[in-house]
Design a protein around this ligand. Structure first.
Ligand code: GLV
Length: 485
């Protein structure tokens, strides 16, 4: 195939013929336009030119191979065209946001000075790009559920037992039979490359150093293979499955991660459509206005703005997901195509916890997607408490986990007292890897380990089996916490 020149590519920038350049290769995306989960408009905006800069942080490298037939891979650019693109990139003026991030990165505190998850988040909020922070931090509607997820832990107090030997104290556990140094795992979260060029691999390497398990999102920004390669062969990875509406595509995805050695599937059931996350939806407009000044209402304007995206980043990520899953159909189907353990992620009430157990799953993850999906879904800690009171038998039948709002080792220990086998964290790991890469992730594990050990010793528990419901009490008042953020 003859190499293409920039001039040639630039002829193809309309919906009747649309080519884009990604990493010096040319692709014909005309027929793909209506299928692009992020909409046709964004591709057309880059039609006929280099789209690498916007493509890379939000697509795994194998996305083109998986989604575009080989006949649409039109080959490389000429050497001269590559030189011109490199020159354009070198001479490109940085945006205001890029300049701000550059300055902030020079002023990060040494990692040793990070004492808590809140400290880590403060740094991440300073050094993340506006777009990345808006996507990571955003939550549904007015973000009540997001805040209440964290506040729910404040209503639980310990009843510590003293005069118990705790000089030996072991916070390790197993999750679905796989060892973890502490009862904490990395919960699935998308697009780590938005925050750091090494993306999910930072989390993989940090999880290995801390000896905890990483759940990799279907919407990871590295390929599942790249993440598996970043792992130690003995390291455990779980997979957060977003089930594609086309069963055949879903099967391929499951077979791929199974053959790569992922050890469990966390079927995600609370994100069949994207929640309404306004700061994420608004972020491209904010960035545009930073550069070009405010946009005002135009009386003459008749047409709606082209390509207005009111579904945000997650809208594209979940666009092809199965919205018609049921207990009766989906769980037996999954069982029929995989031997991997199946956990349902996104249980938000006691009734569904019971139905999941009856459907024969191996575990349930009580989660409202970090408050990003249905606003006013109950905090997972409250659902866990209700489950303990109303259906304690569930804890004997499946492993129960929670995620959402965890900020401290004491939060983890509280959940364990109520019967959770382990606790997941999503955003804190994204923040840690964005700010400090792999070292940030292992630091986060170290902080949690220290906090969990301290809490266990002061509570009178020398192993996690000694954490019991009698050691915790729900109160009907709430302490005030002055936020550090
Ligand atoms: C994706 O699942 C997200 O919550 O953004």
């Amino acid at each position: 195939m003859a190499s293409k020149t920039l001039a040639e590519v630039s002829q193809h920038k309309s919906s009747s013929s649309c080519w884009v350049i990604i990493q010096n290769k040319v692709y014909d995306v005309t027929e793909f336009l209506p299928e692009h989960p992020g909409g046709a408009e964004i591709i057309l905006k880059y039609g006929g030119r280099d789209a690498t800069g916007v493509y890379e942080p939000i697509h795994p490298p194998d996305a083109l191979k998986k989604n575009l037939p080989a006949s649409k891979h039109l080959g490389s650019l000429t050497q001269e065209s590559i030189r011109v693109i490199d020159e354009q990139n070198d001479n490109r003026e940085k945006t205001k946001d890029e300049l701000r991030v550059e300055q902030a990165r020079k002023k990060m505190p040494p990692l040793d000075r990070i004492l808590s998850l809140a400290d880590m988040e403060i740094v991440a909020r300073q050094v993340l790009s506006y777009k990345a922070l808006a996507y990571y931090s955003s939550a549904a509607d007015d973000e009540f559920t997001n805040r209440e997820n964290a506040r729910a832990f404040l209503r639980f107090f310990f009843k510590p037992r003293v005069m118990r030997p705790v000089s030996f104290c072991d916070p390790s556990t197993t999750i679905l039979g796989f060892r973890s140094s502490i009862p904490v795992f990395v919960s699935g979260a998308a697009l780590a490359k938005l925050g750091h060029p090494d993306g999910e691999a930072n989390i993989t390497r940090g999880a290995r150093q801390g000896d905890i398990i990483q759940m990799v999102s279907s919407n990871a920004s590295l390929s599942y293979a790249e993440i598996a390669q970043a792992a130690d062969p003995a390291q455990t990875l779980f997979f957060q499955l977003y089930k594609h509406k086309d069963d055949e595509i879903a099967v391929k995805r499951i077979q791929e991660v199974e053959s790569l050695g992922y050890k469990a599937l966390f079927l995600t059931v609370d994100a069949i459509v994207a929640g309404n996350r306004e700061s994420d939806i608004r972020s491209p407009w904010v960035l545009e206005e930073q550069e070009n000044g405010p946009l005002y209402f135009n009386q003459e304007e008749k047409k709606p703005e082209a390509g207005l995206n009111v579904f945000g980043t997650a809208g594209a990520l979940v666009a092809n997901d199965d919205r018609d899953m049921t207990w009766e159909k989906t769980i037996p189907w999954l069982r029929s195509i995989t031997k991997l353990p199946v956990v349902v992620k996104g249980i938000q009430c006691v009734e569904d916890a019971v139905l999941a157990v009856e459907a024969g799953v191996d575990g349930i993850l009580l989660s409202n997607h970090g408050g990003r999906q249905l606003e006013f879904s109950l905090p997972p800690m409250e659902v866990l408490y209700a489950l303990r009171r109303e259906r304690p038998d569930v804890f004997d039948r499946v492993e129960v986990y929670i995620d959402g709002g965890v900020q401290r080792g004491t939060d983890v220990v509280k959940a364990l007292c109520l019967g959770a086998k382990a606790v997941g964290l999503g955003r804190p790991f994204l923040y840690a890897q964005s700010a400090y890469g792999t070292a940030g992730v292992s630091k986060l594990v170290e902080i949690l380990q220290r906090e969990i050990l301290t809490a266990m010793r002061l509570l009178g528990a020398s192993s996690i089996h000694e954490l019991r419901p009698e050691m915790i009490q729900r109160v009907d008042w709430e302490p005030r916490r002055a936020s550090k953020l």
